[in-house]
Every structure is written in C-alpha cells, then in structure tokens.
Design a protein around this ligand. Structure first.
Ligand code: HEM
Length: 449
C-alpha cells in the first residue's frame, strides 16, 4: 500500500472504517461500483481503491447490478486510452450507465412499430441523441455548430459580466447568519451564466436550473419532480421552449449564443427535433450541475483544510491551481459510458464486442500511479490541470474554459471581500452514480468588528 493510501485508510471515522472493511470482505465479483448510495457516503473511494489494486478491468454481471452487465475501467491509463479511441469505444447512443427498462416501458417510450429489437434497445439506453452520444461524422457537425459560443473571444467578452454578477451575488449575502451556499451562490452564478450562454431571459434563469435538475433526477418524493407526470411535463416544457427559441432565432440576425448558433448552423435543417433537444439538454446539464458542484466543493474543502486555505489567502495567484485541483478532487461527473465496437483486450481481460464500458473518471483521478498523493487536496499541486474530470478525446468537455472562468472569478471576488467562510455541519450530498455533488451547504460569513 502506498503512503497516501495508508494515510487515507487510517484517517477514517469508525463508520467509514467499517464500510471499507465490508467492501474488502465482499467477493470481488459481486462489487457493483455504480450503486448510487455509495456516492454520498464516500464509500465509492474504497470500492475503487480495491478495484484499482485487484481488478482494474472489472466486470459486474447482470445479477449483481441494477444497471445490468457492464465493465468498469478504474486506472488512469485505461480510461484515457478508451476515451481517446472513439473507433473502438463508441459513444453512439450512450452517455451514462442507465438502468435497463422493462420491455413494456421501452415499447411505450420508443416503439413506433417500425423498430427492430436491437434499435429499440439502443434508443432505450440512449434516451435522447445528442452531440455527447454521437460518433463522427455526426459528432463533429453537432459540436461544431455550438463551439463558438464558448470560444476564447466570446468568453473574454463575458468575463466582465460574470465578474459584475459574482460581485453582486456576494455583496447581497447575509453576514453573521447561516445560509445555504448552494442556493445563494453556486446555483445563482451558474444559472446567470447559463441564461447568457442560451440568451434566455435572466429573470427566468431558475427555470433552466429546474429543467436541468428534473432531467438529471428520477421522479419521486423529495426529487425536483415529485411525480412522473410533473417530470414529463417539465421535459416537454423544456423541449417546446427550445424548439420555439430555435425557430425564432432562425429569422433573427445570427449571434453567439448556443440557440442562435444551432439555428444558423449550415447543417441545422438536417438536425431532427430530437437532436436539437438532445444537444440543448447536454449544454444545459453540462453548464449547470458540474460548475455548481465545484464551486460548492471548493468552499467545503477550504474550510476542511485550514493550511491550504492559508496558502491560498496568502497567495491569490494560486486560485487557478486551486480551481483545477478542486475539479480533480470533486470529479463532478463520475463517469462516461461507451460501447465496444470489437472484442478488446485490456490487462488480460477480453471485453466482448457490444458490451458497455464505464470510464470511471472519479477513480482515475485518485490513481496513485498517475497522481502523486492522489487522496490529498493540495491547492499548489504541480500540474493541477492533469486530471480526467473533463474527459479526453473528441468529446472532451466543450465548456471547460467557461467552467474554470466562473470558478476563478468567484474566488477572486470572494478573496477581496471575505476573510473567512465557515461551513456549518456536513453538506447534504447528492445521491447519484453520475452527478457527484451537493444539495445543500450551510455556511456563515462571520461579522467583522
Ligand atoms: C467543472 C465543470 C465541468 C465538468 C467537470 C464537465 C465534465 C464533462 C465531461 C466529463 C464530459 C464528457 C467528456 C468525454 O466524454 O470525454 C463533458 C462534455 C461536455 N460538456 Fe462539460 N463539464 C463541465 C462544465 C461544462 C460547462 C460549463 C458546459 C457548457 C456550458 C459544458 C458542456 C459540455 C458539452 C457540450 C459536452 C459534450 C462535448 C462533446 O460531446 O463533444 N460542460 N463535460
């Protein structure tokens, strides 16, 4: 065991130590790293720690998983190799590891009477088709349509606006009383940026957040949509709003927001409604939870690590490095899924053609073979941008610069204003195997005398 692993293992609370022991005692073949409940508790760390050491290319058989049969890649080098080989690892029709639906559900959702069983299975798993679930050549066309929206020139133009908004949000925070950082800061800033990127009315920005939350969560009590009906209604609403906006932009002068870019793409008339919707969903969700959860994560981590906090406050030039380190540590999207186009051998295991392969970024980011002291959060880490959180290859995150920009600006503005942000208790964490983040983080900004 490496030094960092031993330290991580000895720093555990009694509950965590018991959880880790259970994970190590379980027969290897029964391990299902995708269990959603492992993420809020932190148990995911021990599952991946064990898999990296004992079974880095791991098969979870159908009987051990609510997600059906799938393979897990857990080492940095294998994840990177798969992510950069789109010919062997196809994204077609697949983004995340989804639960299989019953044949009746699939039929009700997709069967228009003309589909073969294979087509139905693929569409059922895909849910929607978007740039993130396409291979070349379609992928290049769909990504190319919207890429200018987050090109350096456009981001440079947005920077003063984001700074002004970040300042206004921070100046409006209560001092000396508890409040929820997620709602008042993380969601607020990212919703404003998203509304700008879509050129959507600012006063309705929380609708974007609501739609994104609904789309990424199942319906049910305590969820953004309490019933399936509410869920389907919200999805329909987002779809109608996007279609309307695209149609209206077609008759307006081209601009650099995502909707206008889609409307004026030379390929736009070939995009199906479902594809326009899919692309909009990826842009919406991509711009929402990920950056929001990194902002929240950075506040939490600085509170938990006073020595790192002191380093940052003594040297604000460390902000970009702290931001990248938090993106690695947090890994806001735990994984992406692909399907093999041929039999593939990795580390002596043969993954048959057509099987699902999950690239666990959240595990690769803690791989000691690649990241020194991977279980530590270090604001002045060497090579902080060396992480897997944005993926690699042709699907590498399109919005990575706009995410980093928002994080850098909010921290530059925080350091100008608040010498301390105290976290109260533990955050409420999101229970999901894909989006790793926070529902609520209670904080206090102490009153200054
Ligand atoms: C810290 C923040 C973010 C993280 C960790 C993140 C993570 C990711 C990951 C892991 C992928 C897939 C990479 C792959 O399959 O190789 C991705 C793709 C994507 N992201 Fe992000 N993202 C973030 C912020 C954003 C933002 C702010 C936007 C847009 C405003 C965005 C838009 C997209 C889009 C459009 C894609 C699909 C790219 C493609 O398929 O070519 N992301 N992101």
């Amino acid at each position: 065991m490496t030094t960092a692993m031993s330290r991580a293992a000895t720093d555990l609370s009694p509950e965590q130590a018991a959880a880790r022991e259970r994970i190590y005692a379980a027969p290897l073949e029964t391990l299902d790293p995708a269990k959603p409940e492992r993420f809020p508790t932190g148990e995911w760390q021990w599952v991946f720690e064990r898999l990296r050491a004992e079974d880095p290319v791991h098969l979870t058989a159908e009987e051990h998983s609510e997600f059906g049969r799938y393979w897990s890649l857990t080492k940095w080098e294998d994840i990177q190799a798969a992510d950069t080989n789109h010919e062997l690892f196809s994204a077609d029709g697949l983004i995340t590891l989804q639960r299989p639906q019953t044949p009746e559900q699939a039929a009700a959702a997709f069967n228009d009477g003309t589909m073969t069983e294979e087509e139905m299975r693929r569409r059922q798993e895909a849910g929607i088709r978007s740039l993130l679930s396409m291979d070349p050549p379609d992928h290049e066309i769909h990504r190319g349509a919207v890429a200018e929206g987050v090109a350096p020139a456009n981001l440079a133009a947005m920077e003063p606006l984001i700074r002004e908004r970040a300042g206004a949000i921070l100046d409006g925070l209560p001092i000396g009383e508890e409040f929820d950082w997620v709602d008042k800061v993380s969601i607020e800033l990212t919703a404003m940026t998203l509304a700008t990127l879509f050129d959507y009315p600012q006063e309705k920005r929380r609708q974007l957040t609501y739609w994104s939350n609904v789309i990424t969560s199942p319906a049910g009590p305590g969820q953004p949509a309490e019933t399936q009906e509410e869920h389907d209604q919200a999805v329909r609403e987002f779809f109608m709003t996007m279609s309307d906006m695209v149609n209206r932009r077609r008759s307006e002068e081209p601009r650099l927001d995502f909707v206008s870019l889609m409307a004026h793409s030379p390929h736009s008339t070939n995009f199906t409604d479902a594809e326009l919707f899919g692309d909009s969903v990826v842009l919406l969700v991509g711009g929402n939870d990920t950056t929001r959860n990194t902002i929240t994560g950075s506040v939490y981590l600085l509170d938990k690590h006073p020595e790192e906090n002191a380093k940052l406050r003594a040297n604000p030039k460390l902000i970009p490095s702290m931001v990248s380190e938090t993106i690695r540590w947090q890994t806001p999207l735990t994984h992406m899924a692909r399907r093999t186009t041929r039999d593939v051998e990795i580390k002596g295991k043969v993954i048959p053609k057509g099987d699902r392969v999950v690239m666990w970024y959240v595990s690769g980011n803690r791989d000691e073979a690649k990241v020194v002291d991977a279980n530590s959060w270090i604001v002045d880490r060497k090579n902080p941008r060396q992480h897997l959180s944005f993926g690699f290859g042709i699907h590498r995150c399109l919005g990575n610069k706009v995410a980093e920009l928002q994080l850098r600006i909010i921290w530059e503005e925080i350091l100008k204003r608040f010498p301390e942000i105290k976290v109260v208790g533990e955050p409420e964490r999101h229970s999901d195997h894909f989006i790793k983040g926070y529902e609520k983080l209670t904080v206090v900004i102490p009153r200054r005398n």
